[in-house]
Design a protein around this ligand. Structure first.
Ligand SMILES: CC(C)=CCC/C(C)=C/CC/C(C)=C/COP(=O)(O)O
Length: 264
């Protein structure tokens, strides 16, 4: 005997594309509306299933029980949008903390890719110790890797920047119209880990480096550039990117040609 699901699929195939058949191909049968009261009637009707009514078809069960993950994600996104809007206190000159906007923009430049790339390349050209060149070459590699990975994720996710953002950012590329993840947050977290591992710094300076990364992240939301989740994910992603850099660490032994370029 054919299963109810199989016969329904055959009916659907026969009536596909023909409006007059739509009520017949409906899983609920002809002329039966899809209303909560109808669903209650169906589940209350006597039948062979374990509950008071017949077992619901698979699709109906899915509609009645939207997945926990789906609900959790939607709620998180709603909270994210709400909180990000509330925290975007420097998004405009006229915003609640609009007078702090110039300071936030200085912090923005401190985490921008261009000063970091130019500064590292300059240091690499000027460095006269092989240990210094090794660290700076790997920092340059890390910064380029960060740009590529952030561009790939931004291009895949395509989440628009918050509507309250004023698009007056210092030098951007095309994917920077997207906001997930925050490129400033990935860079800040990665550079922070890099510096803490490779520079011998006094404790107060180490604390300052961590504070800088945190402030860069917070300033992205305050400026209205990002939602909170863009920054949170960015910080985690940047933290993990450093592990990739460590794994592929370039040394005169592993990449002799590259180091020969900068040997005097
Ligand atoms: C060599 C090369 C392609 C350099 C491009 C440097 C550049 C324009 C980086 C973009 C930095 C930026 C504006 C990132 C966006 O940061 P979000 O925190 O707003 O995602």
């Amino acid at each position: 005997m054919p299963s109810p699901r199989g016969s329904r699929e055959r009916r659907a195939a026969a009536g596909a594309g023909r409006p007059e058949f739509l009520s017949l191909v409906s899983p609920r049968g002809p002329g039966i509306p899809d209303s909560p009261s109808r669903r209650r009637e169906v589940s209350a009707a006597p039948g062979p299933g374990p509950g008071p009514g017949p077992p619901l078809p698979e699709e109906d069960c899915m509609k009645l029980n939207p997945s926990f993950t789906g609900i959790a994600l939607r709620s998180l996104l709603a909270i994210d949008l709400w909180a990000s809007k509330r925290l975007g206190v420097c998004a405009r000159e006229g915003s609640a903390w609009g007078s702090a906007r110039p300071l936030m923009k200085v912090i923005e430049v401190s985490g921008h890719g261009i000063p970091w790339l130019l500064g590292t390349a300059y240091g690499l050209c000027r460095s006269d110790s092989s240990a210094g060149r090794e660290v700076l070459l790997n920092l340059l590699f890390a910064l380029l890797l960060d740009l590529v990975l952030v561009a790939v994720v931004k291009g895949l996710v395509r989440r628009r920047r918050p509507t309250h953002n004023k698009m007056d950012m210092f030098v951007t590329v095309s994917v920077d119209k997207y906001s997930f993840p925050s490129g400033h947050a990935t860079r800040a977290a990665m550079v922070c880990r890099f510096v803490l591992h490779h520079l011998v710094l006094a404790i107060p300076l180490r604390v300052l480096v961590v504070l800088w990364a945190v402030i860069v992240g917070i300033s992205r939301v305050m400026l209205g550039r990002h939602n909170v989740t863009d920054v949170a994910f960015g910080l985690i992603m940047g933290y993990m990117q450093y592990s990739v850099v460590e794994y592929f660490w370039l040394s005169p032994l592993s990449a002799p040609t590259l180091f020969a370029l900068w040997s005097h």
